[in-house]
Design a protein around this ligand. Sequence first.
Ligand SMILES: NC(=O)c1ccc[n+]([C@@H]2O[C@H](COP(=O)([O-])OP(=O)(O)OC[C@H]3O[C@@H](n4cnc5c(N)ncnc54)[C@H](O)[C@@H]3O)[C@@H](O)[C@H]2O)c1
Ligand SMILES: [Zn+2]
Ligand SMILES: [Zn+2]
Length: 379
Amino acid sequence: MKAVVYKGPRDISVSKVPDAKIERPTDVLVKITSTNICGSDLHMYEGRTDVESGKILGHENLGVVIETGNAVDRIKVGDHVCMPFNISCGFCENCERGLTGFCLTTNPGNAGAAYGYAGMGPYSGGQAEYLRVPYADFNCLVLPPDAEEKENDYVMLSDIFPTGYHATELAGVRMGDSVVIYGAGPVGLMAAYSATIKGAGMVMIVDTHKDRLALAEKIGAIPIDNSDGSCVDQILDLTGGQGADRGCECVGYQCCDHKGHEVPNLTMNNLVRTVRATGGIGIVGVFMPEDPGAKDKLAKHGQIAFDFGQFFTKGQHMGTGQANVKAYNRKLCSLIAAGKASPSFIISHELPLAEAPEAYENFDARNEGWTKVVLKPEA
Ligand SMILES: NC(=O)c1ccc[n+]([C@@H]2O[C@H](COP(=O)([O-])OP(=O)(O)OC[C@H]3O[C@@H](n4cnc5c(N)ncnc54)[C@H](O)[C@@H]3O)[C@@H](O)[C@H]2O)c1
Ligand SMILES: [Zn+2]
Ligand SMILES: [Zn+2]
């Protein structure tokens, strides 16, 4: 089969690799019809992880089941399914509590597994023609009858829609709240969308990219253009000097100042400054335990100079981590099916798998107009 293979920093190829196959009786095999490129893929693409050469990338996957293992009960050949990026068992202590992003079974010695990702277990990704799905009865979300018609909406259930929602849950967003979101990439836009769905009063979203801010404005968020580095002042002005009730971090360890220089503690400290005393902060942007590629001495070891004194004095709280996609994907799916949510509004490009190298290059450069790419292996 053809698949997107990581070769080295900024070097991926679409190569012929052995076909994905059923390896355990609890697996199914899915023919992939939509698979997105994610900001998380870019950390690997840029050589800022320890992902090994030869890894098949892709954790935002949707397709049709073409084969089922002997021990699979629920999932049938022909089902249209969307897979959470997390691979989870369903029976460990964390899965039992709904914390499927921290499964203790699927990546032994660690908490949490994923398709095609650095440090998340030996699983191949779905930027390919076929994907092996472990513990398929637990992991597959079977899509409604309009699966094909709304495929570009449903594929967002694999990661970024639930992840954006998770950011708002970690922050504690409730009806009427004011919310500030750092990062208007796909995840930040989905956090803004989720906050709006939850009935937030005012949603502000910070970035320097005008095309991304324009999408945020389309869904009713207030764009905070940080091109001049004034985002903190703008947010304090809009919130009577108090800061927002809730804040979300949707950028991660590679966050930059307005001139484009990496400053790993910038979004975290800006959140402390722009969330009100006793407010909540949700962090879904990825921070790595080790980052040898960082310029900053602390960041090399996954550390940041965090304004903890301010954070404590303001009595703020925060939640962090990978999204437990299964905690939200079924309900968010219902919103799409009912016509109440259409997360595909962020898609800028639908491309065949063969064009993945150009797509990675453009999305990585955050080139104007490249807000989200869906690869279509059948095209
Ligand atoms: N926790 C999870 O489960 C989960 C899931 C998916 C993605 N992620 C992570 O979420 C983050 C965002 O992903 P994405 O797909 O939206 O990627 P992205 O890189 O396309 O978007 C990030 C955006 O943040 C902006 N940005 C950079 N520095 C900033 C700053 N100081 N203030 C405000 N905005 C700033 C960039 O201009 C960019 O538009 C990544 O770290 C990704 O790995 C986490
Ligand atoms: Zn993703
Ligand atoms: Zn588990």
